[in-house]
Design a binder for this molecule. Structure first.
Ligand SMILES: Nc1ncnc2c1ncn2[C@@H]1O[C@H](COP(=O)(O)OP(=O)(O)OP(=O)(O)O)[C@@H](O)[C@H]1O
Ligand SMILES: [Mg+2]
Length: 300
């Protein structure tokens, strides 16, 4: 998988299956992919979050994007739907440059995406029915849908038709996620983006969400992109995985390639171990805190 490491921060656009990172050559899928990012760079002020990231999301499959907290996973999802614009690089939907589109031209593309946000984000003041109907009511012009039939269908899909008249506060956290998922697919998107779909759920509720991700892929034939650091979930739902670290892709391959990887960064992440640098940084902060507490007389 890895050629000799070549220091480089950029990824050639249209790399046709191979991207160069500072870890060396990493394969990106050369196959049919409705969504791609190429050589994406993004900074916020002085913070360089994405440093030349390329990945392709194969059609009808589930891609899991892995990486430690703060590495830019949510930032990538926001680029896919034009909520953020890259400093450099390209975002493509069916070959079209999403990053160059005006808000008006983005609207029909956004409609192809269902987005399960990291913070569930149901409207507390609306019933389950109204929450799910909301995207249909937001459409310009006459809605082409039979609203109630549509709401019931997606609620059945997530196994919660009985909650149709309830308010979010009457549901458990896991049920709220499932309602948010029903809402994400009510317009029959071609792509579903899941940002940390299992965070905050116990293992059984997490597994219900995993099963739903698999079911939606099969029944709606969607292309799914799942951002997570829940490894159990990742290995259960993934057909394809990409790991980000330090603003770059470390590994891009199928789950088996991740299990077999001898890359130390991947290995540490999969084993849940901090790197020496991370441990050193934590010890330095702890030592500095102890010192300032000692000086102010809090501890002796
Ligand atoms: N709109 C923004 N303005 C400034 N900084 C931002 C913005 N969005 C993201 N960032 C910064 O970019 C970095 C990556 O953020 P991102 O939300 O993508 O992380 P993540 O990988 O999704 O982490 P987590 O697993 O904790 O959700 C963070 O340091 C964050 O503070
Ligand atoms: Mg995030």
């Amino acid at each position: 998988m890895h050629a000799d490491a070549q220091p480089s921060n950029s990824t050639p656009p249209n790399s046709g299956g191979a991207a160069t990172t500072r870890w060396g050559v990493v394969r990106t899928s050369p196959i049919d992919a409705p969504v791609r990012i190429e050589g994406l760079e993004k900074s916020f002020g002085k913070q360089r979050v994405l440093r030349g990231v390329s990945m392709a999301f194969p059609r009808g499959k589930t891609t899991v994007v892995l990486g430690p907290s703060g590495c830019g996973k949510s930032v990538i999802l926001k680029h896919l739907v034009g909520l953020l614009k890259p400093d450099k690089g390209r975002v493509l939907y069916e070959g079209e440059r999403v990053d160059r589109l005006s808000e008006r031209k983005l609207a029909p593309i956004r409609r192809q995406f269902g987005f399960l946000f990291q913070q569930g984000a149901l409207f507390d003041s609306m019933t389950v029915y109204d929450n799910i109907a909301f995207p249909m009511r937001e459409l310009e012009g006459e809605s082409p849908y039979d609203e109630e039939a549509r709401v019931r269908r997606v609620l059945r899909l997530v196994g919660l038709e009985s909650t149709i008249e309830k308010y979010p506060s009457e549901l458990s956290g896991g049920q709220q996620k499932r309602v948010a998922l029903a809402r994400a697919v009510v317009l029959e998107p071609k792509i579903v983006l899941y940002d940390e779909p299992t965070t905050g759920l116990d293992p059984i509720r997490s597994d219900v969400i995993n099963e739903l991700i698999i079911k939606l892929k099969q029944e709606l034939r969607v292309t799914s992109i799942v951002v997570t650091h829940d490894l159990t979930s990742a290995f259960k739902v993934a057909d394809h995985m990409v790991m980000l670290y330090d603003g770059q892709v470390v590994l891009d391959g199928d789950p088996e390639e991740f299990r077999r990887s001898d890359d130390p960064t991947v290995g540490r992440f999969l084993r849940g171990e901090a790197s020496d640098d991370e441990l050193r940084a934590i010890r330095e902060v702890t030592a500095a805190n102890r010192e300032s507490a000692r000086v102010s007389g809090d501890i002796s």
